[in-house]
Design a protein around this ligand. Structure first.
Ligand code: GRF
Length: 212
């Protein structure tokens, strides 16, 4: 089977990156991680990539003479590394619209809530779980979606619910949601690797396994 040629973008600790990587090594995800890209030289994800000999790139807009050079360089590096699909795994920067254009419908993101609720600017990390608890939601969950030009926006590929307990704190809820993230993201990427993601207009759907 053809392997998905994947670039993973991460800014933080990288547990989703590690989960994706684990599933490529145990053979349940037919993907090759061609590049770990980060804006953060301190990212845990960077250390994890280096420990597994995955090529990495630290790239920050402020290190370039202009935004255009930064964006051109990013696109060039992705091509050089043979990246065909991009998985955002806790990447804290907005994807430049030029990159969205080149990789249209080939960028996926994971969000720790059920979009379109509890998404958008400022709703990341524990802020998401705090907002869910403040609202008094009984259910939250995980969303994997294609990325367009807006924050936490684009066709939804898969969602999985997670119950909220009365005793939850943002941390306990985050931990329960994270476990589901670690399972769902590699599953969705495998569906993509199998060529079973169909996009029509602003909707994504998952095709059944082929009979052959
Ligand atoms: C995850 O909760 C993910 O949903 C969100 O950022 C967090 C990243 O965590 N987009 P990690 O760095 O993968 O551990």
């Amino acid at each position: 089977m053809k392997q998905l040629q994947l670039g993973v973008f991460a800014s933080g600790r990288g547990s989703n990156f590690q989960s994706i990587l684990n599933h490529t090594t145990d053979g349940t995800l037919h993907a090759e991680i061609r590049l770990l890209l980060t804006n953060n030289p301190e990212a845990g994800a960077l250390e994890l990539a280096r420990a597994s000999a995955i090529p990495d790139l630290v790239i920050r807009k402020d290190d370039f003479p202009s935004r255009d050079v930064f964006v051109e360089t990013m696109i060039e590096k992705l091509a050089q590394h043979g990246v065909e699909w991009i998985a955002l795994a806790g990447y804290m920067k907005k994807i430049p619209q030029e990159v969205v254009k080149v990789y249209r419908n080939r960028i996926v993101n994971i969000h720790p809530a059920l979009l379109p609720s509890f998404g958008g600017k400022g709703l990341y990390g524990h802020h998401v779980h705090q907002a869910v608890l403040d609202y008094g939601c009984k259910v939250t969950g995980v969303t994997v979606h294609l990325v367009d030009e807006a924050y936490d926006h684009g066709p939804i590929i898969a969602q999985r619910p997670v119950p909220v307990e009365d005793s939850d704190t943002p941390d306990t809820l985050a931990a329960r949601v994270l476990q589901v993230e670690h399972a769902l993201y590699p599953e969705v990427l495998e569906i993509i690797a199998q060529g079973r993601l169909a996009i029509q207009g602003n909707k994504a759907s998952i095709l059944p396994h082929s009979m052959h």
